[in-house]
Unconditional design. Structure first.
Length: 763
């Protein structure tokens, strides 16, 4: 295997440690794992990892529950008419799937196939191959989980900067977390260390805006405990103070931005006292927070689901960015910056204009159809409806709003393929299920490279041989396009020969072939896998597509790639970088920027911050007419459906025994609400929402305000402990959510703000 220098265990020389990462959240901390045959029996932080430097949280110790879960898929499965599945061999599966897709394309066109997924918290390489297959098949419409969380923010970043912006919480004088519980959900390197550092440093401050006194709020200097869903009022009030007290940085704004006056004119009208009252935060605290921001050398802000999945979400994304833009906190240490990328997660449009989603007409952002519109685009007679779905490394029936709608949509499709490691809620409804090798059994990486001035990426070598019967996704994609007659050996053979000669020869041959044949260029990832991939160390073939990414990075950021320590002529730099990515198990810093260069990556037409987004300023002007309370007599509680806790990790681990506590995923409820309902710890409560009903175990929790209740994410998965009948543990949050409860711009769901009612279940 490609693991160059496995580390021998000091106590037991028969045991070997391998370097990889934890795949349970986007931090992807570098770890070393000790193997006992196929079992990961020990896990420790990798101190040499370029980004995490030895840091992990408690969850990393549990990754064997993913790697060696019972119920891993080991054979392609085909659905029978009665809904049961039969095992088929790989050749049969690929030939049959190829034929079915060819039929659908001939009859309806490739654009009637929807592609969903392409990677989770630890695996994005497969997405690059999925993109190649999409182009080969003529699939135009796609989506993934980002289109139910981050598209609103991406739309705002696009308008303001034409690019993504990210904070520097390791150095910021003031760090602001809006609807983000960093302690449990991380979101940047060494997260808990950084929170503790800020907490211990009298010169630095932390602001947390959250309706719940989260673990992060406990460490904050300024905790703004808003009423759920009222962040727009809270942040508008802070901005109101900055503008009305003359605390903005006008000189900096004049030099670096356009349109600030229009926005400030609107903020000058904000009634600070009224908005403070409407969000439930003391006006004095709002003013103190604004004053702290105004005097800071640097301010960084991180938003997440608490506002992205709540009322006014796109507006709040905009307002939180004004907090640091108006004081000029950009392009300096501790401030917000743009950053380089190896493979960008989003495309950012400075005009915000993209074609609408087919059938439903919602806003496509960064090429992603809003998740909440996918079932409706299947469950219709519309001639443009989706006929088939290609789902890869995602479990939309469980993870997207309205599980019932999703089950109906899956049943209404003519054809569907799911690629996964486990028999998920989605796989159970697919025509074909293809078993993938796990993320520790193949080369993988993520494209969560969001840092500045240093940006890094970690390509992981496999540490365990593929489970028998499984394949890595690149191989599946290659077999499929070949079986569909879209790529043949005659085309590949000369490229393979060139690859055997050397990188330069290969580069020339690949460029020539791509120029001559645009279809080939479109499925470039698969072509690279089939050609260059064969020259890579065993197990690393799937990294071939990164050769192209490395060339692109070297072309787009040559100075920064050189500053990161890579040497070579212009036409060699990409190869030098690629070889380092393939070889280094501690991750690679691929760009090192100067702060000034943050402006080079601002991609608005005039390279200035375009502060004025007219649609959102109009929204701000109308804010006082908007409700702050969406509850009714029928549904008197606000349910946050999907809270991150110590033992949640989306749906990556299905075995409930991985949780040391909170095994069922309790409904958290405030002491006063519990008393009113006559509930105590361990009681059972029925939760009913406009979307459904479920029974959960109770945890009385004094971090919640009255009227606010929470359920964890990733629960309600079925798992067969001994391969027997599946058992479901906890409440699947999306049995309680609906597709129509969503943001008006981005169509992202309001999962943190689901109206609900509660009834104690008698024992
Ligand atoms: N442990 C763990 N970590 C994870 C994950 C996991 O499953 N488990 N998943 C990963 C993924 S995919 C993501 S996207 C991130 C998400 O990470 P977060 O967004 O941090 O996670 P949540 O707990 O869903 O929500 C964050 C906070 O929003 C608050 N909140 C609820 N309603 C409101 C509101 O109206 N206003 C405000 N201001 N706050 C509100 C909640 O009280 C909570 O503290 O976590 C990642 N990290
Ligand atoms: N109500 C509510 N719903 C939510 C949320 C919430 O807060 N509330 N959070 C949302 C958020 S932010 C997110 S990101 C989504 C996440 O939801 P999904 O996008 O569905 O992602 P995961 O749960 O990460 O599941 C990924 C799938 O990949 C599979 N898998 C693991 N390794 C591999 C591999 O190597 N290859 C393949 N092919 N498959 C693999 C896993 O078995 C799993 O089925 O959930 C969302 N759903
Ligand atoms: S769950 Fe996230 S923060 Fe914790 S060890 Fe894994 S990657 Fe790191
Ligand atoms: Mo997410």
């Amino acid at each position: 295997m490609a693991d160059a220098a496995p580390l021998i265990d000091e106590a037991d020389p028969t045991k070997v440690w391998h370097k990889t990462v934890c795949i349970l959240c986007s931090a992807n901390c570098g770890v070393e794992v000790r193997l006992d045959d196929r079992e990961i029996t020990r896990v420790r932080g990798n101190k040499e990892h370029v980004a995490s430097k030895g840091y992990t949280c408690e969850k990393a110790l549990r990754i064997n529950h993913y790697q060696n879960a019972k119920g891993r898929l080991t054979s392609p499965l085909r659905r029978r008419d009665d809904g049961s599945y039969e095992e088929v061999d790989w050749d049969t599966a690929i030939t049959d799937i190829a034929a079915r897709f060819n039929e659908i394309i001939a009859e309806h066109g490739g654009d009637r196939i929807m592609y969903y997924g392409g990677g989770g918290q630890g695996n994005h390489l497969l997405g690059a191959y999925g993109a190649a297959t999409r182009r080969a098949l003529g699939i135009k419409h796609r989506s993934n989980a980002l289109a139910q969380e981050k598209t609103g923010e991406a739309w705002v970043d696009g308008r303001l900067f034409g690019n993504h912006t990210h904070g520097d919480f390791h150095h910021a004088e003031v760090s602001i977390f809006v609807g983000k519980n960093v302690w449990h959900s991380h979101g940047f390197d060494e997260a808990r260390r950084v929170l503790k550092d800020i907490n211990n440093d009298p010169g630095r401050s932390m602001v947390v805006i959250d309706p719940r006194r989260s673990e992060t709020a406990d460490l904050a200097d300024f905790f703004l405990q808003v009423k759920p869903g009222t962040d727009a009022f809270c942040i508008a009030a802070i901005l109101g103070v900055l503008v009305q007290d003359g605390r903005t940085n006008s000189a900096w704004l004049a030099e670096n931005s356009v349109g600030a006056e229009e926005v400030m004119a609107e903020l000058a009208r904000v009634d600070i006292a009224e908005y403070s009252q409407r969000c439930g935060v003391d006006e004095a605290l709002i003013r103190a927070t604004a004053n702290r921001i105004a005097v800071a050398e640097s301010v960084s802000v991180l938003e997440d689901l608490g506002i992205e999945m709540a009322p006014n979400s796109t507006l709040v994304s905009y307002l939180q960015k004004l907090l640091w833009i108006l004081v000029g906190s950009f392009g300096r240490p501790g401030a917000m910056t743009t950053h380089s990328s190896m493979v960008p997660l989003f495309s950012y449009s400075a005009t915000g204009k993209e074609p609408d989603a087919p059938v439903t007409g919602g806003a496509v952002i960064s090429g992603l159809v809003p998740c909440n519109e996918i079932p409706a685009a299947v469950l219709t007679d519309h001639p443009d409806r989706y006929r088939a779905m290609f789902i890869e490394s995602a479990n939309p029936v469980h993870s997207l709003a309205g599980s019932q709608d999703w089950r109906e949509a899956m049943a209404a499709l003519d054809f569907s393929v799911v690629i996964d490691v486990a028999m998920t809620e989605t796989a159970r409804l697919a025509t074909y299920v293809l078993p993938a090798s796990s993320q520790y059994e193949k080369v993988e990486t993520t494209f969560f490279s969001l840092s500045f001035p240093d940006n890094s990426m970690t390509v992981r070598a496999p540490v365990v041989a593929p489970l028998e019967g499984t394949l890595p996704e690149p191989e599946m994609h290659a077999r499929l396009v070949k079986a569909m007659g879209l790529l043949d050996e005659a085309t590949l053979e000369p490229l393979r020969a060139a690859a055997r000669e050397g990188r330069k020869e290969f580069a020339a041959a690949f460029m020539d072939a791509s120029m001559a044949n645009p279809a080939l260029a479109g499925m470039g990832a698969i072509v690279l896998y089939e050609t260059l991939g064969k020259t890579l160390p065993e197990g690393m073939e799937g990294a071939a597509v990164l050769w192209f990414s490395a060339q692109q990075a070297a072309m787009r950021f040559p100075a920064a790639v050189r500053a990161a320590g890579f040497e070579g002529a212009d036409d060699e730099l990409g190869d030098v970088l690629f070889d380092a990515m393939i070889e280094r198990r501690d991750g690679v810093v691929f760009t090192r920027h100067d702060y000034e260069q943050s402006w080079d990556m601002v991609r608005t037409p005039d390279q200035k911050i375009n502060v004025h987004i007219p649609e959102l300023v109009a929204d701000l002007a109308n804010l006082s007419a908007k409700p702050t309370d969406y509850r009714t007599d029928e549904f008197p509680y606000v349910l946050a459906a999907g809270e991150r806790r110590a033992f949640t990790a989306n749906t990556v681990i299905r075995d409930p025994s991985w949780r040391k506590r909170d095994r069922e995923g309790a409904l958290r409820i405030s002491p006063s609400d519990a008393a009113e309902l006559g509930a105590e710890d361990g009681s059972r409560i029925r939760i009913t929402t406009p979307g459904g009903s479920a029974v959960a175990v109770v945890e009385v929790n004094d971090t919640l305000q009255a009227g606010h209740i929470t359920l964890p994410n990733g629960m309600g998965l079925d798992y067969s402990p001994a391969g027997g009948e599946p058992e479901v543990t906890g409440v699947a949050p999306n049995e309680l959510t609906t597709n129509d409860w969503k943001d008006e711009y981005a169509g992202t769901p309001w999962h943190k703000h689901v109206p609900a009612r509660l009834e104690l279940v008698p024992v």
